[in-house]
Design a protein around this ligand. Structure first.
Ligand SMILES: Nc1ncnc2c1ncn2[C@@H]1O[C@H](COP(=O)(O)OP(=O)(O)OP(=O)(O)O)[C@@H](O)[C@H]1O
Ligand SMILES: [Mg+2]
Length: 199
């Protein structure tokens, strides 16, 4: 990602260009307040702290290097130090970066629960299991992965991608990892996935 996308991120913040998806369950548009559309291929995700941003960035890169389907993490973006004497004050007419962000690859996809019933949904669930098992094999504890909004199925590529690693633990406790492994192995088709997501 050679170009400087920070001005574009500011613009997206200022214009409140947020990630929106159609949600069949709600019967309407769902908006994600922390995900900005920088351009067609890149999103900017807002984090409540540097610690969470760093955790997501590091784990995301590690997972990609190890062949897990995740978006590519491009860059961590620090907040503007608006009151510092040493840094240039940011003009309010530009979008203000008020906390840490990550610029990452934008995926084109749907949440599993929003896929139409049938083969695609089953394929997506199977891939979800495969990807989470790869994560567990790397010794990582995927906290909150059971939330069905934390993965996206690319319908054109037919591939499922995992999202949202800010709370994941790089070195998870063995007993916790084995507990999730058992639960994941037990998922049989979409019905099993729905049960899993309620845990
Ligand atoms: N790289 C991406 N490409 C496309 N859409 C994304 C990407 N990352 C996140 N999204 C969309 O934004 C939603 C929220 O993302 P994510 O879970 O990472 O954010 P969050 O701030 O942790 O939200 P929450 O607190 O609700 O879990 C996802 O369900 C997905 O629809
Ligand atoms: Mg999430």
């Amino acid at each position: 990602m050679p170009e400087d996308l920070i001005p574009e991120l500011r613009k997206a913040i200022k214009e409140e260009r947020l990630c929106r998806v159609y949600d069949h369950y709600l019967g309407g548009i769902r908006e994600f307040p922390t995900i900005y559309l920088v351009n067609n291929k890149v999103i900017g995700k807002w984090f409540a702290s540097k610690r969470y941003a760093k955790n997501e960035y590091k784990i995301g890169r590690f997972l990609l290097e190890n062949g897990v389907h995740v978006p590519e993490m491009y860059q961590m973006v620090p907040p503007d130090y608006r009151f510092s004497l040493f840094k240039k004050a940011v003009n309010d007419s530009e979008g203000v970066i008020d906390n840490w962000f990550i610029l990452m690859q934008r995926l084109q996809g749907r949440h599993i629960r929003n896929l139409f019933k049938g083969k695609k949904k089953e394929v997506a669930v199977r891939q979800f299991k495969t990807e989470i098992l790869k994560v567990l094999d790397l010794g990582i504890l995927p906290i909150d992965c059971a939330n069905s909004e934390n993965s996206l199925f690319d319908i054109y590529q037919g591939a499922l991608y995992l999202l949202d690693f800010e709370m994941w633990k790089k070195r998870g406790k063995k007993s916790d990892i084995e507990k999730i492994r058992r639960e994941i192995m037990d998922i049989d088709g979409y019905e099993g996935f729905e049960d899993f997501v309620t845990i």
